[in-house]
Design a binder for this molecule. Structure first.
Ligand code: CP
Length: 314
């Protein structure tokens, strides 16, 4: 399948330029209205979807999405492979990328997807690592654009674990879209300073901005979008008690909506714990776009695959 062009990957949100992100989101909006408009995988060509961690939404949306693009989703759980016996990531990449046209991988460290990409002949997509969840934020940006008709200039506040993959991806992906991104979190859970610095640099070019605060009122006031995620992400099991105590005041409840902008919309990437990081009346209330957001994983990832395959000359 080699076109001679360097293979493009999507390992972090800033792997797409602002123009490329806008292009992918435009195509995602098109695919949301006409799900079978593009068939780049007709044949069918295969996309490997690899999981080292549990998933519902990512598994469903990649499987359905690849099928709707005319392809075959080859879904593999790590437990059924030789990963536990130490097969090197590079060997997995060399074997798999000779037989599929793209690889999506949910795993642990960002270094693992980077190693996969470095050894792969085909595009590699980060389907969640400990550091980033860029496919989710692409879907979230589509959701916000569907609600507001635009992205640049809107204010999105993420409440909760500011050191999480979602917070990091909102910083990079949001800044790329020209959003004003606020991370509202206890100081012990602030984002990586490297990610913040990169987001600030991107925002300087897109007209967005980045603000990190522990002050809930300051963080939520006049926000157009309030977003949150579980307080204890995969990989931090056993820390639930300590995290819940310090994050309690950051729960996305009616009080936060009351100081946000009129018509503020609410996002949560799911799975959610009602009564913890988000109040039941909020996630199940009129401001919530949570299930549109979950559906948009499908449209956003299909558009991303189309973009990456086109770049690869597939
Ligand atoms: N939001 C998300 O990635 O969901 P899953 O963990 O179920 O894939």
């Amino acid at each position: 399948m080699s076109s001679g062009r360097p293979v493009r990957h999507f390992l972090r949100d800033d792997d797409l330029s602002p123009a490329e992100q806008a292009q992918v989101l435009d195509l995602a909006a098109e695919l949301a209205t006409d799900r079978f408009a593009r068939q780049p995988l007709a044949g069918p060509q295969s996309v490997a979807v690899l999981f080292d961690k549990p998933s519902l939404r990512t598994r469903v949306s990649f499987s359905v999405g690849v099928a709707e693009l005319g392809g075959y989703p080859l879904v593999i759980d790590a437990g059924g492979t030789h990963a536990g016996r130490g097969e090197p990531v590079e060997d997995v990449a060399r074997v798999v990328s000779r037989q599929v046209v793209a690889i999506a991988w949910r795993t642990f460290g960002q270094d693992r997807v980077a190693a996969m990409a470095a050894a792969s002949r085909v595009p590699v997509v980060n389907a969640l690592t400990d550091q980033f969840h860029p496919c989710q934020v692409l879907a979230d940006l589509l959701t916000i654009k569907q609600a507001y008709g635009r992205l640049a200039g809107l204010t999105l506040t993420f409440l909760g674990d500011g050191s999480s993959n979602m917070a990091h991806s909102y910083l990079l992906g949001g800044a790329t879209a020209g959003l004003h991104v606020r991370i509202c979190a206890p100081e012990a859970y602030w984002p990586s300073t490297d990610v913040v610095a990169t987001a600030v640099s991107i925002a300087g070019r897109t007209g967005g901005s980045v603000h990190v605060t522990a002050d809930v009122k300051m963080g939520c006031t006049d926000a157009d979008v309030l977003a949150t995620d579980v307080w204890t992400s995969m990989g931090h099991e056993g820390q639930e008690g300590a995290r819940s105590e310090v994050m309690l005041q950051y729960s996305l409840d009616a009080g936060k909506l009351a100081v946000a902008s009129e018509g503020c919309r609410v996002l949560h990437c799911l799975p959610a714990h009602r009564g913890e990081e988000i109040a039941a009346e909020v996630i199940d209330g009129p401001a919530s776009l949570v299930f549109e957001q979950a559906e948009n994983r499908l449209h956003a990832q299909k558009a991303l695959l189309c973009f990456l395959l086109e770049q690869a000359g597939t």
